[in-house]
Every structure is written in C-alpha cells, then in structure tokens.
Design a protein around this ligand. Structure first.
Ligand code: PLP
Length: 310
C-alpha cells in the first residue's frame, strides 16, 4: 500500500469507527417509487414524478430552438434561454436583478468568497450550509468570521453588540457586516427569525452597513405567495441584500438563482469563480427549471402544498 493509500484508508476507517462514513445509497431503492414512500429526498412537491410537469417539459423541449449543452461559461455564451429565465425570475421574485448559478453550492461559495471585503465581518448561524462555510473560508474577511447559536436572537444580539464594541469601523459605517442565514433549516424544520434580525439591523446599524443574505433552498416552491419563499412571505424583499433560490429541491431541476442588486450582480460576474470558470447550465436544464416555475406561477404547486396541509 502506498503512503497515500494508507493515509486515505486510515481516514475512511476512522469515519467508519465513528459511524460517520458516507456511502452512496442503493440506486435501486430510489427508482422503485411504486412500493416506497419518499421521506428522505428534497422532492418536496413530488414534481419529479408529476405527469403534468413531465408533459409540459417534453412539449416545451420539442419546440425549443436549443436544448443540448450551453456551449461554455455565461461570459462566453450568454444563451437567450438563460437570459430570459433571469429576467423572468427577477420579476417573479420582485428583485432588481437575478443571476443564475449552476448550483446553490456554487452560488453561496461564489458570493461569500468575493463579496465581503478585507475589513468586513461575516456572521452566520451555526447550522448554515457547508457552501457558505466554503465561501467564507475563501473570502478576504479572513479573521472576521463568527457564528451565533442556531436561530437564537439573544446570541446574535450579544455577538453584534460585541462586534460593534470592538470595531469602530462597524459603527462609523466604513466596513460592512454580512449575516448568512437559511430561511428554513431542513434538518430540524426551523425558520430563521428574519423579521427580528431586520429589527436588530435597523437598531444597531443605522448607517445601513449590515447586510442580510438569505438562503431559501428549502423554502423555494413551498412558502410565500406562489412559493416565492419566506422573505416574500414576510414582505422583507427590500431588507435583504441577496436571496438564494435553488432548483434542485422542490423544483425537481438543477441550478440556482441569486436575487440581488445591479452592482453585486456585476461584481459577481467579474469575480465569482464558480460562475466564471464553468460551463453554464444546459439549455434543457433551463427549460426544466422554467417549467417548474410555470407550476408555481399557475397555482399547481400552491394546490399541492395546500392539499398536503389538510
Ligand atoms: C441550505 C442549502 N443551501 C444550498 C444548498 C446547495 O444547493 P444545490 O443542491 O443547488 O447545490 C443546499 C443543498 O444541499 C442547501 O440545503
């Protein structure tokens, strides 16, 4: 066994002993939909097996001018379908602009790696998704990354007051604070106290240099009017710097959209490496996501969620 093999095997064996070794599930169990009830996937609206969505997708696909591939990075080939979906989603979610990413992971990793600047501070809920951690770790806000207890407004308030006390630049507004939360945490089914966070910001950061970033991955399609998420449900669109909606969970597609302002979008197009150095979503993928948004807009998703709540 080579030295590398020995080290990798030892790490895996350690995970095995701690009962945290990861393995791919049996692929046959996920396709046997007739005999099993799905309590584990993120296909919250059962869109992946919806005959209505499937028919719509196949029909749009058969009429579309381009369906295969995308030809390269968005910066090289900016397909009409991609562009149209962004315009549509900005309007649907009530945001100045929208920017597609290949996944929610890429969007979080890209945003947090490049938007916080050298003197800035990043605060996040202790349960925040791994993609935010990866982004923050790569960011220039090297020694200014802090977590607070899950959904605990008291813990957050304490942390913010401490940071304000220690950093005059947060008080005079010359540096910024970014706060990353998920609107709905999937592990425990808990909602972030978004309205209370906004109140804290208004109270302690009157210069407007505290920015809320909300990951709506698990709320997309389920909460808010037409499934537009918790931020929309609470009417906080103008209080949030960026919102992330992913297509891979309730929408049964792949990809994600980041809703934000014109300047941040432009900056991401110039600096977000997971966006710049990758082939964009295929046209078929864009069509699939688009068809799922049709289901949100035409009320089908709403009927499904209401039925489940009965
Ligand atoms: C809260 C949250 N954010 C982001 C992601 C990543 O999204 P995607 O699956 O589109 O990469 C996930 C998915 O695991 C998630 O649960």
């Amino acid at each position: 066994m080579s030295a590398l093999d020995a080290k990798l095997a030892a790490a895996l064996s350690s995970r095995e002993q701690r009962q945290i070794r990861r393995r791919l599930p049996d692929p046959t169990s996920s396709s046997d939909s007739s005999s099993l009830i799905d309590f584990s996937s993120n296909d919250y609206l059962s869109f992946s097996s919806s005959p209505m969505l499937r028919d719509r997708f196949l029909s749009v696909l058969s009429e579309a001018p381009d369906i295969l591939g995308s030809g390269g990075s968005r910066l090289l080939v900016n397909g009409q379908a991609h562009n149209q979906l962004e315009v549509r989603l900005a309007h649907f979610f009530g945001s100045p602009t929208a920017l597609l990413f290949n996944s929610g992971f890429d969007a979080n990793a890209g945003f947090f790696a490049c938007i916080p600047q050298q003197e800035d501070v990043v605060v996040y809920d202790e349960y925040i998704h791994a993609s935010v951690h990866d982004g923050v770790r790569a960011s220039r806000a090297k020694n200014a990354q802090f977590s607070f207890s899950h959904n605990c407004i008291i813990s957050l308030r304490k942390l913010l007051l401490r940071l304000i006390d220690e950093r005059p630049s947060l008080v005079d507004g010359t540096c910024s604070l970014f706060l990353a939360v998920e609107s709905l945490y999937s592990m425990d089914g808990t909602f972030a106290p978004l309205a209370e966070i906004v109140e804290l910001f208004d109270r302690y950061f009157p210069r407007g240099n505290a920015h809320l970033v909300v990951d709506e991955a698990h709320a997309t399609g389920i909460y808010g009017p037409q499934g537009r998420g918790r931020v929309a449900q609470l009417g906080l669109e103008d209080k949030v710097l960026a919102r992330l909606h992913t297509f891979g969970k309730a929408l049964a597609a792949t990809g994600a959209v980041l809703l934000t302002n014109v300047l941040i979008r432009d900056y991401l197009l110039n600096y977000a490496r997971p966006l710049i150095y990758t082939t964009s979503l295929s046209n078929a993928n864009i069509i699939a996501a688009s068809c799922s948004f049709d289901m949100l807009e035409n009320g089908v998703a709403h009927n499904v969620t209401n039925h489940h709540r009965l």
